[in-house]
Write a protein that binds this ligand. Structure first.
Ligand SMILES: NC(=O)C1=CN([C@@H]2O[C@H](COP(=O)(O)OP(=O)(O)OC[C@H]3O[C@@H](n4cnc5c(N)ncnc54)[C@H](O)[C@@H]3O)[C@@H](O)[C@H]2O)C=CC1
Ligand SMILES: CC(C)c1ccc(C(=O)O)c(O)c1O
Length: 252
């Protein structure tokens, strides 16, 4: 699929990897619908996408809220008059050991900590995929849905909630690729390793060096490298049901 003039929803498009994807896809002429929780961040990201050469609009929406997702998808397709793809990128971290003992004190990952991550990172992906696929079928549009998983899907200490969600996203990428192929919709995923986002850049240099030392390529990935792989997955019409690992060779 050529990205020029295609309408693509990017969740979590207000900052970090989602914003980089917006700029990259807009640079290829895509019309991007950026979805996030913060209007000011969205406005800034929309301006950056327009600067990159494509059309862009902002949509305030919590991906974990069924009614908001349904309304957002309807509005995007009305505003742009089409819908050709989705990047399920919005995600949160609430790390912690499931059971921790420190100085003789025992603490547990709370149910709220577990549920918040499942709600956004797994249920949010389900809701957006379901609504976008239904709208694309209704509009008789073919295209692709790209899910952002993580290397943590293999099981990362301190991330029982996050690893479960990202493993679920990877499994459902296969499910949806099988279910939606008959409608001309491909579904693929990217599993990034450590990427140099604002949050990571704010870490202490010693901690960053230690992190990079464990990666075979000896550096963190760049947001634009993830955006490039998302564009590749949209553009390659024979790619479906698979997860592209983009982690500099790191294995968990
Ligand atoms: N940064 C990294 O090293 C890696 C990131 N990932 C994944 O990539 C994706 C993007 O990560 P980053 O850009 O680093 O994160 P980030 O925290 O910089 O950006 C995530 C965006 O999602 C938005 N968001 C959060 N909850 C939302 C909700 N309920 N509804 C709508 N928007 C919501 C946030 O407001 C934020 O703008 C996430 O799914 C993350 O799990 C995966 C592997 C590594
Ligand atoms: C442990 C993995 C590579 C990881 C690291 C950092 C973030 C983040 O800052 O959002 C992730 O989402 C991860 O999956």
């Amino acid at each position: 699929m050529q990205l020029n003039d295609k309408v693509i929803i990017i969740t979590g498009g207000g900052q970090g990897l989602g914003r980089a994807m917006g700029e990259y896809l807009a640079g290829k002429g895509a019309k991007v619908a950026l979805v996030d929780l913060d209007q000011a961040r969205l406005d800034d990201a929309v301006a950056a996408c327009k600067q990159a050469g494509g059309d862009a609009r902002a949509y305030l929406c919590n991906v974990a809220d069924e009614a908001q997702v349904s309304q957002m998808v309807a509005r995007v397709s009305e505003d742009f008059g089409a819908l050709d793809g989705l990047v399920n990128n919005a995600g949160i971290l609430r790390d912690g050991l499931t059971v921790k003992v420190k100085d003789g004190e025992l603490s547990k990952m709370s149910l709220a900590q577990w549920q918040a991550v499942i709600d956004v990172n797994l249920t949010g992906v389900f809701l957006c995929t379901r609504e976008v696929a239904a709208k694309m079928i209704e509009l008789k549009r073919t295209g692709a849905i790209i899910n952002i998983s993580s290397i943590s899907r293999a099981g990362n200490m301190g991330q029982a909630n996050y690893s479960a969600a990202k493993a679920g996203v990877a499994a459902d990428t296969v499910v949806w690729a099988k279910e939606l192929a008959r409608h001309g919709i491909r579904v693929a995923g990217v599993a990034p390793g450590f990427i140099e986002t604002e949050m990571v850049a704010g870490m202490k240099p010693e901690a960053l060096e230690k992190m990079a030392a464990g990666i075979p390529l000896k550096r963190l990935g760049k947001p634009m490298e993830i955006a490039h792989s998302v564009a590749y997955l949209f553009e390659n019409d024979y790619f479906t049901g698979r997860i592209l690992e983009l982690d500099g060779g790191l294995r968990l």
